[in-house]
Design a protein around this ligand. Structure first.
Ligand code: SF4
Ligand code: SF4
Length: 312
């Protein structure tokens, strides 16, 4: 299935694979989760950050509260039945509108999922977070990135001195009873069972209340390398792989992004492909409801063959 470099002829045509077979697509079954990308600026510059976040990359600018509200209004006006609003960045707590946006989401009755590295930007908002937890309890979940259960591997990815600060943030959230999840990486050469056992030991030692054996509480993502060869997904693959397209992330979610240089935000097919025009679905959620053609290596490696899901 996987080889060396990705041949140029693959993922070249939205409708047909290199072998001339019809490319698979995923219809939207319902907008269960709407992701809001708060902007790519981050306090870290992780080696494998899929969205290339850093303290200087603002390719996706800060989403404003006013722009976010137009999408929340559309969800309500069109009765889209959305259960969850999820925030990702960059580091969401760096966006000055983030806490008002998060409050708005919870006050409108949605569940909220916040992806964060639990470092200094988050710690500036401890009082606001405690108030939201008090008001909304488990409707607010924070999912903290901890790349590995060992300090050495985590810091190789995230930089020196990133471990202790993240662990401290995680402990703070756990001690204060937040609904908590952790996102890690599945490393080549280490089995999922080994990874989960490693995290379980860490959480027990650090008194972090996350069940490492619950796939919704410890989410492990496969490595994503778009330059390596991978099979293209055809319409026949669903049956061959015994996969249901309704289980793929873009069947039930979309992500709002505000690209630098554009007047207003746009809706991308998913969290994984924010820059590719082929996965720009339109300006509104209504426009973005058409099926997604799986014309990207991530679709194959990460979603159909890797089985990843971003929902908490
Ligand atoms: S903390 Fe997350 S968003 Fe920031 S650079 Fe690292 S992987 Fe990217
Ligand atoms: S990478 Fe995005 S567009 Fe492709 S299958 Fe996964 S969720 Fe859908």
């Amino acid at each position: 299935m996987e080889g060396a470099a990705l041949p140029e002829e693959k993922f070249a045509d939205p409708d047909w694979t290199a072998k001339g077979e019809p490319r698979a697509s995923v219809p939207l079954t319902g907008l269960e989760t709407l992701w809001l990308n708060t902007g790519t600026l981050c306090n870290l510059a992780c080696a494998n950050c899929y969205i290339e976040s850093s303290p200087t990359n603002d390719a996706l600018i800060y989403l404003s509260h006013a722009h976010a509200a137009t999408y929340l209004d559309e969800v309500a006006d069109k009765n889209l039945g959305t259960r969850e609003i999820a925030f990702t960045g960059g580091e969401p707590f760096m966006n000055p509108d983030f806490v008002p946006m998060l409050s708005d989401v919870l006050e409108r009755g949605f569940e909220a999922l916040v992806l964060s590295n639990a470092m200094k930007p988050m710690r500036r908002y401890e009082a606001a977070l405690l108030e939201l937890r008090e008001r909304f309890g488990n409707k607010l979940t924070l999912r903290i990135s901890l790349d590995h259960h060992s300090k050495a591997v985590h810091e190789a990815e995230r930089g020196p001195r990133s471990w202790d600060v993240a662990m401290d943030g995680l402990r703070w959230l756990s001690t204060h009873g937040f609904s908590l999840a952790v996102a890690g990486r599945l490393l080549p050469g280490e089995s999922e069972a080994e990874e989960r056992a490693g995290y379980a030991r860490l959480f027990a030692a650090e008194q972090i209340a996350v069940d490492a054996h619950d796939p919704l509480r410890l989410v492990l993502f496969p490595e994503m390398d778009e330059d390596k060869d991978i099979a293209e997904i055809t319409t026949a693959c669903w049956q061959i792989l015994d996969q249901d397209p309704a289980q793929i992330m873009c069947a039930s979610s979309r992500m709002v992004v505000h690209r630098k240089g554009e007047e207003t935000p746009r809706v991308a097919a998913c969290t994984l492909i924010p820059y590719d025009e082929q996965f720009d679905m339109g300006a509104t959620l209504a426009e973005a409801s058409q099926p997604v053609k799986l014309n990207h290596p991530h679709c194959a490696r990460f979603c159909v063959l890797g089985g990843a899901s971003c929902t908490a």
